[in-house]
Design a protein around this ligand. Structure first.
Ligand SMILES: [Zn+2]
Ligand SMILES: [Zn+2]
Length: 370
């Protein structure tokens, strides 16, 4: 495909500079910027990166989506220089799009990948090892209402973010029209605005407001349900705290120590111990946290740490943790009268439970006002 005669799939026809400079949107992540640029130039993201990074456009070193994701986390100086030259964007503007610039103490455990065992409901296998991009339909709606283009926010890829901090509503990972899992959305033009669309049914991702694994009728009720909003507000408060801690330089601040303890606890909740296929997160039930049942061993394909999970599972795990820390399981709709810690103790092996308890105590200790 040739667009403006500049990028071509014939390696010899490539010229170095591109005709129009695409401007980065404030708060956009690198993957989103590269996807938008590629759309403007009429090529795929891989092809664009190949053009920018290899210089010669040889078939070798063709980057995969995996490496687009890697760039989104951080950029090395060589890559910055090449991208900056080819895309006519100042290096500072490029750097601003990476996760490590916006969240200085981010580690490999802070980014979420997509991927999970098959679900009973859909039997759909979710692709593995790509950065997870949940999205907030309201954020995307506002992008367009304000006359701009859709763009992906960097915090949508983080393990600790399951809610939109601006709208206090859950991020979603499935198209609410065809219900396919959207691992990598695509761009399409709506009038003069670029919208992110579902690659399966081509509907814009802000086309319908819904919640993953919640029926339309219930989703409608949830939009006005006060209890639901109290619950969302509580989770968002915690997640904002996590984001704030990650945005600072790595150190030993109280908030950063809490974030690292929370990471350990989430792993324990989302992990099934052999020979028991149940994960602690699966034995808790609440209408506000619908989470899909898994086929087979829950941790199939998953490697420690268990950042390869559904958004809904992560959200549920964070909710269970908040219940334990705040002693508020009834508020979150989890079974009444049963202490979450008791249930977890029943389910975990003794050593694992001891670890779990120690992390909870550590958080309590760190949070003491001394
Ligand atoms: Zn939002
Ligand atoms: Zn769709």
């Amino acid at each position: 495909m040739i667009y403006g005669g500049i990028i071509s799939h014939e390696p010899n026809m490539i010229e170095k500079s591109l005709p129009i400079a695409v401007v980065a949107i404030e708060g956009e992540c690198l993957k989103s910027f590269l996807m938008r640029s590629a759309y403007v130039y009429g090529v795929g993201t891989d092809r664009l990166l190949q053009h920018c990074l290899s210089g010669q456009g040889q078939g070798r070193n063709a980057p995969s989506y995996g490496s687009v994701d890697a760039l989104t986390v951080s950029l090395d100086t060589d890559v910055i220089a090449k991208l900056s030259e080819a895309l006519c964007i100042p290096t500072d503007d490029l750097l601003r799009l990476t996760l490590t610039t916006q969240y200085q103490s981010i580690g490999s455990r802070s980014t979420a990948c997509t991927g999970a065992a098959k679900e009973l409901e859909t039997s759909e296998e979710i692709p593995n090892q790509q950065l997870r991009f949940g999205w907030c339909p309201l954020c995307l709606m506002e992008d367009r209402v304000e006359g701009g283009h859709h763009y992906l926010r960097p915090e949508w890829t983080l393990v600790f973010t399951t809610m939109c901090t601006a709208h206090e509503r859950p991020l979603i990972g499935r198209c609410q029209t065809c219900y396919h899992f959207v691992a990598s959305p695509e761009y399409a033009l709506y009038r003069d605005q670029m919208a992110l669309i579902c690659p399966h049914c081509f509907t814009p991702l802000d086309g319908r407001l819904g919640y993953d694994f919640v029926a339309n009728k219930d989703a409608h009720a949830w939009n006005t349900d006060e209890t639901v909003h109290t619950v969302w507000n509580k989770i968002t408060t915690y997640e904002k705290l996590f984001l704030k801690a990650l945005s600072r330089r790595a150190g030993r601040s109280k908030a950063q120590r809490i974030v690292s303890e929370v990471g350990e606890l989430l792993d324990l909740l989302l992990h099934a111990e052999k020979p028991n296929d149940f994960r602690p997160v699966d034995v808790f039930d609440s209408a506000y946290f619908p989470s899909p049942a898994k086929l087979g061993l829950a941790t199939r394909h998953l490697m420690h740490p268990f950042h390869v999970c559904h958004l809904v599972e992560r959200r549920k795990a964070i909710a269970i943790l908040i219940c334990i820390l705040d002693d508020s399981s009834e508020e979150f709709g989890f079974e009444q009268g049963v202490q979450p810690m008791h249930r977890i103790r029943e389910l975990m092996f003794r050593d694992t439970y001891n670890r779990f308890e120690r992390h909870v105590l550590n958080i309590a200790k760190i949070a003491l006002p001394i």
